[in-house]
Ligand binder design. Structure first.
Ligand code: ADP
Ligand code: MG
Length: 153
């Protein structure tokens, strides 16, 4: 299914992310992680969207960007883990060396992956794809595609 939104502030983008997070929480996977990819140009709102998901999942901030740390790990109160991953500076081989397969097979985990095109071969087919694009300075278009039937509203 595909949903498209237009937001006019970072706050509104976080609210869309909240709805997506609730949807992911409602349908946790038992066979591995749920991967959410975040694509878009610099400043499109990938990190803002990830912060909205983290807030809604009840992760403990500060939600700083993993630009330099590559992977930021957030344990959730219910013992699941959220991984916020930014492979921009490394690439697929390094991400594998950093334990990508383990993360993907971790039951109930949630992976927020920025720049998925850089590690395209590692992205599971059933990932929820979030594509952010600039419309103007304040407006962003957010397209969410999911292989599964979801109930985002
Ligand atoms: P990215 O991680 O894609 O590089 P960020 O989330 O770090 O982008 O930054 C997005 C920037 O754009 C922030 O400074 C944010 O305040 C601003 N912004 C303006 N309008 C929006 C919007 N509608 N949605 C998200 N961010 C917006
Ligand atoms: Mg970012």
């Amino acid at each position: 299914m595909k949903d498209t939104y237009e937001t006019t502030s970072a706050e509104e983008t976080r609210r869309v992310a909240h709805a997506v997070a609730e949807d992911v929480l409602r349908a946790p996977r038992r066979d591995g992680a749920t991967v959410l990819t975040l694509s878009g140009d610099l400043g499109a709102g990938k990190t803002t969207f990830a912060q909205g998901v983290l807030e809604a999942l009840g992760a403990q901030g500060p939600f700083t960007s993993p630009t330099f740390t590559i992977i930021k790990t957030y344990p959730l109160p219910d013992a699941r883990t959220v991984y916020h991953v930014d492979p921009y500076r490394v690439g697929a081989d390094d991400l594998e060396a950093l334990g990508w397969e383990q993360m993907v097979s971790e039951r109930g985990a949630i992976i927020l992956l920025e720049w998925p095109q850089i590690v395209a071969a590692l992205v599971p087919e059933d990932a929820v794809r979030v594509e952010l694009s600039h419309v103007d300075e304040r407006t962003r278009r957010i397209a969410i595609t999911s292989a599964q039937e979801r109930t985002i509203r």
